[in-house]
Design a protein around this ligand. Structure first.
Ligand code: ASP
Ligand code: MG
Length: 422
């Protein structure tokens, strides 16, 4: 008998009929002898609806006290979900009990709308499990030290589920979602994209941060930190599918690089369309220049991604970086007013229509020539690389947005990702 956490996304919780299916699936697992904790999201569309209502009354959410109310509102979607699911489980003949975050409690800091989990008290949940109950806990929400309700950021139910699994040392955390696993790349762009049976935690972290939207990135960080075995699988299989088959389906995020790991050098192609590039040409090349340019950007709370500074010529250099496209105009304005006047005649240019495409794979640690293979494949398609950044297990290129799909398809093919793996 194992302790298992199931997480169900909004689509899986989208209607009474779907909630009934979730209940039947969970009941199947409980009847197979497992102790079950379920963490559902709000019903699909509900969080957006709630946030929309809030916006009508307060278009600009700027103060912490406004954000506090936003969390009060947004967290209700999950509260409805746990109550409904617990009822559906009881209708299936199970003993079930639902809890909001504050009842567990799941303690967070006070950064409303993007709170971080600090601790989870497992005693209440353990007692229920010992009494044979299925425990249904809200995703997305928690409570701060002063008793205020907080939320963990959009997509935060993934993180709730992983955190609960970590706190209770669950054997596995199963994330049921509307895709049937993690793919080599987005199947909407490459029809031959293939589901990965396993992916290492580090690769998953890169894939999630590079724009693959399967899991909230914080949930992957959490899983890594506490070594929670995580599986992404479909909630659209029939609920009465054989449980052993179900337990092996989807994509397992692993920690050991064991024989079961697929041996490909590159495991996936990730991409991000939402980037913009900004360059300062001919800035004086002297100590402190990078800080002079990026200091004000950081102070304005704008995230900077890829950064490049060129070799200098005659004491001047070019400095480029990328930001989220939503921050493009703000960053340009900021540089114009706060940086340009003191950079001795530098020129400011920008391009909001760029994207980033990355190859990811732990095999890159032990293989040479992977990046050059990437560059050659792109060159053969006439795709110009504007910026490059690398880490131990990924290489990213910044290119013109209009070549994004071509680049993803080209790289998927160049690294033989369409071929069936293990
Ligand atoms: N309901 C929240 C959202 O829509 C949390 C989640 O679904 O994970 O972002
Ligand atoms: Mg989600």
């Amino acid at each position: 008998m194992a302790l298992i956490v199931h997480k169900y996304g909004g689509t899986s919780m989208g209607s009474p009929e779907r909630i009934r299916n979730v209940a039947k699936r969970v009941a199947k697992w409980a009847r197979a002898g497992h102790q079950m904790i379920v963490v559902p999201s709000a019903m699909s569309g509900e969080t957006n609806r709630l946030l929309g209502l809030a916006k009508e009354l307060s278009p600009e959410m700027v103060t912490p006290s406004m954000l506090r109310e936003l969390d009060m509102i947004a967290s209700t979607g999950e509260q409805v979900s746990v109550g409904l699911l617990s009822l559906a489980l009881q209708a299936e003949g199970m003993e079930a009990v639902s809890y909001a975050g504050w009842q567990v409690p799941i303690r967070t800091d006070s950064s409303f709308t993007k709170a971080r989990i600090e601790s989870i008290d497992d005693s209440r949940v353990r007692a229920d499990l010992a009494a044979g109950k299925v425990v249904v806990i809200t995703g997305f929400q928690g409570v701060d030290a002063d008793g205020n309700i907080s939320t963990l950021g959009r997509g935060g139910s993934d993180t709730s589920a992983v955190a609960v699994a970590a706190a209770l040392k669950a054997e596995e955390c199963l994330i049921y979602t509307d895709v049937d696993g993690v793919y080599t790349t987005d199947p909407r762009i490459v029809a031959e994209a293939r589901r990965l049976h396993t992916i290492s935690f580090e690769e998953m972290l890169e894939m999630a941060s590079l724009g693959s939207k399967v899991l909230q990135i914080r949930s992957v960080e959490f899983a890594g930190k506490y070594r929670v075995p995580l599986r992404v699988l479909s909630s659209f299989t029939p609920w009465d599918i054989d449980i052993d088959e179900e337990a092996e389906s989807g994509t397992l995020i692993t920690f050991e690089e064991d024989e079961k790991m697929e041996q490909a050098v590159v495991s996936g192609i990730a991409f991000n369309r939402d980037e913009a590039k900004i360059s300062l040409l001919g800035v004086p090349d002297k100590p402190g220049i990078a800080f002079h340019i990026l200091g004000p950007v950081a102070e304005a709370n704008i995230d900077v991604d890829v950064i490049i500074q060129n070799v200098s010529h005659d004491g001047r250099t070019d400095f480029s970086f990328t930001v989220h496209r939503n921050d493009y105009q703000r960053t340009m304005d900021l540089l114009k007013s706060a940086v340009l006047p003191t950079t001795g005649g530098a020129e400011l240019t920008g391009d909001p229509k760029i994207c980033k495409v990355s190859i990811v794979g732990i095999g890159m640690r032990s293989h040479v020539g992977v990046a050059s293979k990437m560059f050659r494949a792109l060159a053969e398609e006439g795709i110009n690389i504007q910026m490059i950044s690398t880490s131990e297990i990924k290489t990213s290129v910044v290119i013109d947005e209009k070549y994004m799909e071509l680049a993803v398809r080209t790289l998927h093919k160049a690294f033989d990702l369409e071929q069936t793996g293990s």
